[in-house]
Write a protein of this length. Structure first.
Length: 232
């Protein structure tokens, strides 16, 4: 009852924040149950409403993206930024990335389930490496057991390792304070679509439905000369 009342109070003030908090609370209760500290999940009876996605289509230009990478002096942070910009990887995917995901010989990234990670919608996917990412990884190396902060183990927090402070500092130095890490994924998709790469390919690389990619990036499809075919 207390948990439900807590959720309802916040839902009235800001529904998106309330639902985000509920997901965090449920993750915490799941951990408590798994570790034997509680017998049941107090939030199990709460039904979260389905909310419309808030529109946020921020992405940066190719020139800005190159400047961000160039300004990134920390090699591990550069790994994270490169994975976002060149492979469209989500933050959790970057943090959970394993060396076996990266096939340097074939130039492919296989994002797949591990003992500590499950892809969104339980959908493994393969993304081709850009030349720049491949060249970077050849110098960075295939580090284990994790590609990023390999010595850090999982704890109670959602992220095994969190590079947010370092990332925010980098973006401030680049004059891009409002660009989140997820916006790098949006940049990956936006730049590809705007240069004529098919929505189908971009959807497969993102691990999203084609309809979702069409909705968010379809307007970036470049001008097609065939628009004049009827009048020529």
């Amino acid at each position: 009852m207390m948990c439900a009342r807590w959720f309802e109070e916040r839902l009235e003030r800001h529904e998106h924040t309330a639902v985000a908090y509920l997901h965090q609370v449920r993750w915490w209760f799941a951990w408590l149950m798994e570790s034997g500290r509680i017998g049941r999940d107090p939030s199990s009876g709460i039904k979260a409403p389905k909310l419309k996605m808030r529109a946020r289509k921020r992405f940066i230009t190719a020139a800005e993206a190159r400047a961000v990478v160039e300004a990134c002096e920390d090699v591990e942070l550069r790994f994270a930024v490169m994975c976002g910009l060149h492979a469209g990887m989500r933050k959790l995917e970057v943090i959970e990335a394993r060396p076996e995901w990266f096939d340097l010989e074939s130039g492919l990234i296989h994002i797949q389930k591990t003992a500590t990670f499950e892809p969104k919608d339980r959908d493994n996917r393969t993304v081709p490496m850009s030349d720049d990412l491949r060249a970077f990884l050849q110098g960075y190396g295939l580090r284990g057991p994790f590609m990023l902060a390999s010595a850090v183990k999982h704890g109670r927090a959602r992220y095994r390792f969190d590079f947010r402070k370092a990332y925010d500092s980098l973006m401030r130095r680049c004059g891009l304070d409002d660009v989140t890490f997820h916006d790098l994924r949006r940049t990956f998709a936006s730049l590809l679509v705007s240069r004529g790469v098919s929505l189908y390919k971009v959807a497969k690389w993102l691990g999203d439905e084609l309809e979702t990619v069409q909705l968010h990036y379809g307007h970036l499809i470049p001008q097609d000369a065939e628009i004049n075919a009827a009048w020529s």
